[in-house]
Design a protein around this ligand. Structure first.
Ligand code: FAD
Length: 318
């Protein structure tokens, strides 16, 4: 029975799905013990209920004004104070830009090992086993912790959320923040879609085959109908058809949607490493020998400018 601490995350005022997925992982880890959530920012009061419904027994809401926007030094000071207070036996953070920045710093402060990018957590005979992809998703390794407490970052969209009944205590507090050397003046949103790419259940991705920025329009229309997010290959980003924030792959984002529709993407290994764990891959390419078809569950050989609008029309009818 462990006491597990989870750092939850919200974006533009809404709770990120990975927060609830981590609570579900935390319950497996806790094995009947206590799951404690930390939410930074006063807006957390609006989604605290949701955290409670997914098994957070206690929620610390850190309300410092200076933490309204993410800042490494401020967040790590806040988290350290809560870790010292709670004394957890396991810690989970999201494998997002924030988690990836913060977790190594916290691990170093407490001299802990960090297992990053986990996609599964199991407890077998009291041993915690984390699973994480390696070699660009071609293999999976299982890791256990031999010294210190288990500490991991969790990849979004992999561990199913679970509703768990129980009571929740909400603790609002301010922490001591000092010697901040960085100020965030403004956050500029670069993503075009309303759905966050790394957590989207459906991703419509465009490659060099879309031929221009204008060529993304049919993909955006399909994304609108399916409530999906737009992604891209590096080929499309390099050609300036879209912003690099949309790039999926080895040097871009890693996505694990239920459905990935690759339009005009050849399927280079560097691209596959960002999307090959999608549950269903649909490829649209006019070259029947394009390597993307080797990883696709469904392949459509054809011109994307004909196929994508037809799909949009069909999905509108559903
Ligand atoms: P292309 O390979 O040019 O393919 C375009 C495809 O569109 C072709 O298959 C063509 O048949 C098809 N097509 C053309 N017109 C149409 C049409 N009208 N209808 C249907 N199909 C059409 N790439 C990434 O994506 N992500 C990464 O993170 C990444 N990291 C990299 C890191 C390194 C170190 C290196 C060296 C490379 C990396 N790359 C990455 C680049 C990668 O190797 C490929 O160059 C890139 O993925 C190709 O993009 P593409 O598939 O859009 O373009």
């Amino acid at each position: 029975m462990k006491k597990v601490l989870v750092l939850t995350e919200a974006k533009y005022g809404s709770l990120r799905g990975v927060s609830l997925e981590m609570l579900s992982a935390a319950h497996r880890l806790a094995d009947g013990g206590e799951v404690i959530a930390v939410a930074i920012g006063n807006e957390a009061i609006y989604y605290a209920n949701e955290l409670g419904k997914h098994g957070a027994k206690k929620i610390y809401i850190v309300g410092n004004k200076e933490l309204d926007m993410y800042i490494t030094e401020g967040y790590s000071q806040a988290l350290q104070q809560i870790i010292d207070m709670v004394n957890p036996e396991a810690i989970l953070m999201p494998h997002t830009a924030i988690g990836k920045d913060l977790a190594p710093r916290i691990a170093a402060r407490y001299d802990l090992g960090l297992i990053s990018d986990v996609i599964d957590v199991q407890v077998v005979n009291d041993v915690v086993i984390f699973t994480r992809p390696i070699y660009s998703g071609k293999a999976f390794e299982k890791k256990t912790v031999v010294s210190g407490i288990p500490f991991a970052t969790v990849r979004p969209n992999n561990i199913p959320m679970k509703e768990i009944n129980g009571t929740t205590e909400i603790v609002r507090l301010n922490v001591e923040i000092k010697d901040i050397r960085t100020i965030v003046k403004e956050v500029v949103r670069t993503s075009t879609g309303v759905v966050d790419l790394s957590e989207a259940k459906i991703v419509i991705s465009g490659g060099r085959g879309v031929k221009s920025a204008e060529g993304f329009k049919p993909l955006e229309e399909l994304a609108d109908v399916l409530n999906g997010a737009i992604g891209a290959s590096r080929g499309a980003c390099d050609a300036e058809y879209c912003d690099y924030s949309l790039q999926i792959g080895q040097t871009g984002k890693v996505v694990t949607p239920d459905l990935y529709i690759a339009c005009g993407i050849s399927g280079a290994i560097q691209h596959l490493s960002g999307m090959s764990n999608a549950k269903i891959v649909v490829a649209i390419n006019k070259d029947p020998n394009a390597p993307i078809f080797q990883v696709a569950d469904y392949g459509i050989v054809g011109d994307l400018f004909e196929v994508v609008p037809l799909l949009t029309e069909e999905f509108k009818k559903v």
